[in-house]
Ligand binder design. Structure first.
Ligand SMILES: Nc1ncnc2c1ncn2[C@@H]1O[C@H](COP(=O)(O)OP(=O)(O)O)[C@@H](O)[C@H]1O
Ligand SMILES: [Mg+2]
Length: 315
């Protein structure tokens, strides 16, 4: 789409579209809607969409800018899914003010409600794990990206023991936000993506930044590390920003070069059978992270470059 010549009419034909996962829906709807908003003179229509009831309930077509199906967020979620939802900073901030709670807590509450819908349980290991993951990735959008909106959708397939989360923002991207940490050497988007998954690596917390003892919401550089570690047990974790996509699974990593994505997108796939005793798991992963982080706490340039080498071999 980025390479299309300027024209008056564009036709999106969905005839060949088969199975779509939540991440595909989110990424493609964002790409089509961005494309449409760039076309000052052009007009877009679509065809062969009528049979696509799942996508229409998920709010895909309306998120693209077509007048068909549910609007983002309209289906409300249920039966183990969260439709495409565009959540604004102002909405969350209002929720925080109304309940006299911290902004981070408002995100936590939202995440918990979403996790309950997906897991169909008010608590339990799956619900806890999803609350944790959703909270951390939604926080990141508002704490680091500069964007005033987070987009997400998700699906739980109980018979396959799978949960997919998709989160996207149109903010500054990982490379720029991590570059605020003066101890990191970042030569490419790929470097930044790898660093962002390391424990203790943050664009906002490094040597010289004062730790506020009572601020539970202060950044520590553990959100993406912990979330990705939870996912790679039987699932996988993809992060996309700028010119690269970086994927991690239990035994391997993958690096892709992509056409520029302005912002950050995540695709997190969980094997729900691996999320039992989640609190113990989180504690263990965190302790392992602390040990790893001692090697490259971002405290000095030497430590940082050690981080850059460690990430290439160890996940
Ligand atoms: N959505 C995002 N947009 C821009 N940068 C991000 C985003 N998510 C994560 N990052 C970058 O990755 C770093 C690591 O994230 P994380 O592990 O959650 O740690 P923390 O949020 O505590 O800094 C962040 O400090 C930030 O620089
Ligand atoms: Mg974070």
């Amino acid at each position: 789409m980025a390479e299309l010549d300027e024209d008056h009419d564009y036709l999106f034909d969905f005839e060949l579209v088969g199975h779509t996962d939540p991440f595909g829906l989110l990424l493609v709807s964002d790409a089509i809607s961005s494309f449409q908003s760039r076309q000052v003179f052009g007009d877009s229509t679509c065809r062969n969409y009528q049979r696509m009831s799942y996508q229409s309930v998920m709010g895909f077509f309306r998120a693209c800018g077509f007048e068909y199906g549910y609007a983002p967020g309209e289906a409300g979620g249920g039966s183990n899914y969260l439709p495409i939802t565009h959540l604004d900073y102002d909405t969350l901030n209002k929720e925080a003010e109304e309940q006299c709670i911290a902004f981070g807590e408002a995100i936590e509450l939202r995440s918990r409600r979403m996790a309950e819908v997906l897991s169909r349980q008010p608590d339990g290991d799956l619900c806890e794990a999803l609350t944790y993951a959703l909270r951390e990735v939604i926080r990141n959008v508002f704490e680091h990206s500069g964007a005033d909106q987070v987009q997400f959708c998700a699906q739980h397939w109980p018979s396959r023991n799978r949960v997919h989360l998709a989160i996207l923002d149109k903010g500054t991207g990982v490379r720029r936000s991590l570059s605020r940490n003066p101890y990191l050497t970042i030569n490419s988007d790929l470097d930044a993506l790898k660093l962002s998954l390391m424990p203790g690596v943050s664009g906002k917390m490094y040597k010289g930044i004062k730790r506020r003892k009572h601020d539970t919401w202060q950044n520590s550089g553990y959100g993406l590390y912990m979330t990705s570690r939870l996912a790679v047990n039987g699932g996988n974790f993809w992060i996309i920003s700028g010119e690269n996509a970086f994927g991690v699974a239990s035994e391997r990593t993958r690096e892709l070069h992509i056409s520029e994505f302005e912002g950050t997108a995540l695709r997190v796939s969980f094997d729900t059978t691996q999320l039992k005793t989640i609190q113990t798991k989180l504690k263990r992963i965190k302790n392992e992270g602390h040990e790893l982080a001692k090697l490259f706490s971002g405290a000095d340039p030497r430590g940082a470059s050690l981080a850059s080498t460690t990430i290439r071999t160890k996940f």
